[in-house]
Design a protein around this ligand. Structure first.
Ligand code: SF4
Length: 234
Protein backbone atom coordinates (compact mmCIF):
# COMPACT_ATOMS: atom_id res chain seq x y z
CA UNK A 1 0.00 0.00 0.00
CA UNK A 2 1.42 3.39 -0.93
CA UNK A 3 0.53 6.97 -0.07
CA UNK A 4 -1.12 7.09 -3.47
CA UNK A 5 -3.81 4.60 -2.44
CA UNK A 6 -7.20 6.21 -2.69
CA UNK A 7 -9.31 6.99 0.35
CA UNK A 8 -11.79 4.32 -0.70
CA UNK A 9 -9.03 1.73 -1.00
CA UNK A 10 -7.70 2.65 2.44
CA UNK A 11 -11.18 2.49 3.95
CA UNK A 12 -11.69 -0.97 2.47
CA UNK A 13 -8.31 -2.05 3.83
CA UNK A 14 -9.25 -0.80 7.30
CA UNK A 15 -12.63 -2.53 7.21
CA UNK A 16 -11.21 -5.87 6.09
CA UNK A 17 -8.32 -5.77 8.58
CA UNK A 18 -10.63 -4.55 11.31
CA UNK A 19 -12.70 -7.72 10.97
CA UNK A 20 -9.76 -10.08 10.57
CA UNK A 21 -7.66 -8.57 13.36
CA UNK A 22 -10.48 -7.87 15.83
CA UNK A 23 -8.84 -10.11 18.43
CA UNK A 24 -5.23 -9.77 17.29
CA UNK A 25 -2.36 -9.38 19.73
CA UNK A 26 -0.43 -6.12 19.77
CA UNK A 27 2.42 -7.75 17.88
CA UNK A 28 0.11 -9.20 15.22
CA UNK A 29 -1.55 -5.83 14.70
CA UNK A 30 1.77 -4.01 14.43
CA UNK A 31 3.21 -6.64 12.12
CA UNK A 32 0.23 -6.30 9.80
CA UNK A 33 0.48 -2.50 9.84
CA UNK A 34 4.21 -2.48 9.11
CA UNK A 35 3.95 -5.09 6.36
CA UNK A 36 1.06 -3.20 4.78
CA UNK A 37 2.27 0.38 5.14
CA UNK A 38 6.04 0.33 5.79
CA UNK A 39 7.34 3.91 5.99
CA UNK A 40 3.83 5.20 5.25
CA UNK A 41 2.97 4.71 8.93
CA UNK A 42 3.64 6.74 12.08
CA UNK A 43 3.34 5.86 15.77
CA UNK A 44 1.94 8.57 18.06
CA UNK A 45 3.29 9.08 21.58
CA UNK A 46 2.61 11.60 24.32
CA UNK A 47 5.83 10.46 26.01
CA UNK A 48 4.11 9.25 29.14
CA UNK A 49 5.95 5.98 28.55
CA UNK A 50 7.59 4.08 25.70
CA UNK A 51 5.46 0.91 25.75
CA UNK A 52 3.94 1.45 22.30
CA UNK A 53 7.27 2.59 20.86
CA UNK A 54 9.01 -0.48 22.28
CA UNK A 55 6.40 -2.77 20.72
CA UNK A 56 6.69 -0.99 17.37
CA UNK A 57 10.48 -0.99 17.34
CA UNK A 58 10.49 -4.78 17.70
CA UNK A 59 8.68 -4.93 14.36
CA UNK A 60 10.25 -1.88 12.66
CA UNK A 61 13.42 -0.52 14.33
CA UNK A 62 13.37 2.72 12.29
CA UNK A 63 9.70 3.49 12.86
CA UNK A 64 8.59 7.14 12.78
CA UNK A 65 7.26 8.51 16.08
CA UNK A 66 4.92 11.49 16.21
CA UNK A 67 5.16 13.85 19.18
CA UNK A 68 2.84 16.87 19.41
CA UNK A 69 5.29 19.51 20.57
CA UNK A 70 2.69 21.96 21.88
CA UNK A 71 5.14 24.31 23.61
CA UNK A 72 3.38 23.63 26.91
CA UNK A 73 4.96 20.34 27.93
CA UNK A 74 6.56 19.57 31.27
CA UNK A 75 10.37 19.51 31.15
CA UNK A 76 10.11 15.84 32.21
CA UNK A 77 8.06 15.06 29.09
CA UNK A 78 10.62 16.68 26.81
CA UNK A 79 13.31 14.79 28.74
CA UNK A 80 11.45 11.52 28.20
CA UNK A 81 11.21 12.24 24.48
CA UNK A 82 14.96 12.85 24.33
CA UNK A 83 15.68 9.72 26.38
CA UNK A 84 13.46 7.67 24.04
CA UNK A 85 15.46 9.02 21.11
CA UNK A 86 18.65 7.76 22.78
CA UNK A 87 17.34 4.35 23.88
CA UNK A 88 15.85 3.64 20.44
CA UNK A 89 18.54 5.17 18.22
CA UNK A 90 16.99 4.18 14.90
CA UNK A 91 13.53 5.70 15.37
CA UNK A 92 12.68 8.97 13.66
CA UNK A 93 10.94 11.40 15.99
CA UNK A 94 8.63 13.79 14.16
CA UNK A 95 7.93 16.84 16.30
CA UNK A 96 4.63 18.33 15.14
CA UNK A 97 4.68 22.05 15.89
CA UNK A 98 1.76 24.49 16.01
CA UNK A 99 1.78 27.32 13.50
CA UNK A 100 2.27 29.85 16.31
CA UNK A 101 4.68 29.85 19.22
CA UNK A 102 3.09 30.29 22.65
CA UNK A 103 4.16 33.96 22.58
CA UNK A 104 2.56 34.51 19.17
CA UNK A 105 -0.64 32.81 20.31
CA UNK A 106 -0.69 34.93 23.48
CA UNK A 107 -0.31 38.04 21.40
CA UNK A 108 -3.23 37.12 19.10
CA UNK A 109 -5.62 35.53 21.58
CA UNK A 110 -4.39 36.84 24.95
CA UNK A 111 -2.44 34.94 27.60
CA UNK A 112 -3.49 31.57 29.00
CA UNK A 113 -5.92 30.65 26.26
CA UNK A 114 -5.87 27.17 27.82
CA UNK A 115 -7.71 28.53 30.87
CA UNK A 116 -10.29 30.54 28.91
CA UNK A 117 -10.92 28.39 25.85
CA UNK A 118 -9.10 25.05 26.08
CA UNK A 119 -10.92 23.69 23.02
CA UNK A 120 -9.51 26.51 20.91
CA UNK A 121 -6.06 26.06 22.42
CA UNK A 122 -6.12 22.28 21.78
CA UNK A 123 -7.36 22.90 18.25
CA UNK A 124 -4.50 25.27 17.48
CA UNK A 125 -1.74 23.38 19.26
CA UNK A 126 -2.78 19.74 18.85
CA UNK A 127 -5.57 19.06 16.37
CA UNK A 128 -4.26 21.18 13.49
CA UNK A 129 -0.60 20.04 13.78
CA UNK A 130 -1.75 16.42 14.10
CA UNK A 131 -3.90 16.69 10.99
CA UNK A 132 -1.11 18.35 9.02
CA UNK A 133 1.36 15.63 9.98
CA UNK A 134 -1.02 12.71 9.42
CA UNK A 135 -1.78 14.06 5.95
CA UNK A 136 1.66 12.70 4.96
CA UNK A 137 0.81 9.12 6.01
CA UNK A 138 -1.75 6.40 5.27
CA UNK A 139 -1.76 4.84 8.74
CA UNK A 140 -1.19 5.95 12.31
CA UNK A 141 -0.71 3.84 15.40
CA UNK A 142 -1.89 4.96 18.83
CA UNK A 143 -1.71 3.71 22.40
CA UNK A 144 -5.43 4.24 23.05
CA UNK A 145 -6.87 1.57 25.34
CA UNK A 146 -10.52 0.72 26.00
CA UNK A 147 -10.02 1.05 29.75
CA UNK A 148 -8.80 4.65 29.39
CA UNK A 149 -12.32 6.11 29.42
CA UNK A 150 -15.94 5.11 28.70
CA UNK A 151 -15.69 6.97 25.39
CA UNK A 152 -12.92 4.58 24.36
CA UNK A 153 -14.69 1.35 25.37
CA UNK A 154 -15.33 0.29 21.75
CA UNK A 155 -11.92 1.16 20.33
CA UNK A 156 -11.12 -1.34 17.54
CA UNK A 157 -7.67 -2.84 16.93
CA UNK A 158 -7.85 -1.55 13.34
CA UNK A 159 -10.29 1.08 12.15
CA UNK A 160 -10.80 4.08 9.93
CA UNK A 161 -10.07 7.57 11.26
CA UNK A 162 -12.78 9.59 9.57
CA UNK A 163 -11.57 12.92 10.91
CA UNK A 164 -8.04 12.61 9.60
CA UNK A 165 -8.72 10.34 6.64
CA UNK A 166 -6.34 7.44 7.27
CA UNK A 167 -6.15 3.98 8.81
CA UNK A 168 -5.84 3.96 12.59
CA UNK A 169 -4.30 1.01 14.44
CA UNK A 170 -4.66 0.65 18.21
CA UNK A 171 -2.51 -2.42 19.01
CA UNK A 172 -3.01 -2.30 22.79
CA UNK A 173 -6.69 -1.33 22.73
CA UNK A 174 -7.67 -4.50 24.61
CA UNK A 175 -4.90 -4.37 27.21
CA UNK A 176 -5.91 -4.10 30.86
CA UNK A 177 -3.96 -1.92 33.27
CA UNK A 178 -2.37 -5.09 34.69
CA UNK A 179 -1.18 -6.22 31.26
CA UNK A 180 0.20 -2.75 30.56
CA UNK A 181 2.05 -2.53 33.88
CA UNK A 182 3.37 -6.05 33.44
CA UNK A 183 4.85 -5.24 29.99
CA UNK A 184 6.34 -2.03 31.35
CA UNK A 185 8.08 -3.64 34.31
CA UNK A 186 9.14 -6.91 32.62
CA UNK A 187 10.82 -5.01 29.80
CA UNK A 188 12.22 -2.10 31.82
CA UNK A 189 10.42 0.40 29.61
CA UNK A 190 11.14 4.11 29.90
CA UNK A 191 8.47 6.03 31.71
CA UNK A 192 7.97 9.73 32.30
CA UNK A 193 9.19 10.37 35.89
CA UNK A 194 6.03 12.38 36.57
CA UNK A 195 4.02 9.14 36.63
CA UNK A 196 5.80 8.20 39.85
CA UNK A 197 4.79 11.55 41.32
CA UNK A 198 1.08 10.87 40.75
CA UNK A 199 0.56 12.33 37.28
CA UNK A 200 -1.21 9.32 35.80
CA UNK A 201 -2.35 10.86 32.50
CA UNK A 202 0.14 13.38 31.19
CA UNK A 203 -0.62 16.16 28.76
CA UNK A 204 0.38 19.82 28.67
CA UNK A 205 1.58 21.24 32.00
CA UNK A 206 -1.17 23.87 32.44
CA UNK A 207 -3.87 21.22 31.92
CA UNK A 208 -2.45 18.28 33.87
CA UNK A 209 -2.81 17.74 37.62
CA UNK A 210 -1.85 14.98 40.03
CA UNK A 211 -4.48 12.30 40.47
CA UNK A 212 -5.75 11.38 43.92
CA UNK A 213 -5.02 7.76 44.93
CA UNK A 214 -7.70 5.46 43.51
CA UNK A 215 -9.22 8.17 41.28
CA UNK A 216 -9.72 7.89 37.51
CA UNK A 217 -6.29 8.58 35.95
CA UNK A 218 -7.83 10.95 33.40
CA UNK A 219 -9.40 13.05 36.17
CA UNK A 220 -6.11 14.96 36.26
CA UNK A 221 -6.65 16.29 32.72
CA UNK A 222 -8.36 19.70 32.46
CA UNK A 223 -9.34 19.31 36.13
CA UNK A 224 -12.20 21.61 37.06
CA UNK A 225 -13.30 22.00 33.42
CA UNK A 226 -15.92 20.09 31.43
CA UNK A 227 -13.33 19.16 28.80
CA UNK A 228 -12.04 15.55 28.97
CA UNK A 229 -10.44 14.95 25.56
CA UNK A 230 -8.00 16.81 23.32
CA UNK A 231 -10.09 16.05 20.26
CA UNK A 232 -7.39 13.79 18.83
CA UNK A 233 -9.23 10.50 19.13
CA UNK A 234 -12.84 11.50 18.57
FE1 SF4 B 1 -3.62 24.07 25.26
FE2 SF4 B 1 -4.05 22.64 27.48
FE3 SF4 B 1 -4.81 21.70 25.07
FE4 SF4 B 1 -2.23 21.85 25.74
S1 SF4 B 1 -3.81 20.53 26.69
S2 SF4 B 1 -3.08 22.42 23.80
S3 SF4 B 1 -2.17 23.79 26.93
S4 SF4 B 1 -5.63 23.50 26.18
Amino acid sequence: MTAAASTEQLKATAAEAGRRLADASAEEALRWAVERFGDDLIVASNMQDAVLIDLAVKVKPDVSVLFLDTGYHFAETIGTRDAVDTVYPHIRIVNALPEQTVAEQDSEYGPKLHDRDPNKCCHLRKVVPLRATLARYSCWVTGVRRVDAPTRANTPIVGWDERNGLVKVNPIAAWTDEEFDDYLSRNGILQNPLVGEGYLSIGCAPCTAKVAPGADPRSGRWAGQSKTECGLHG
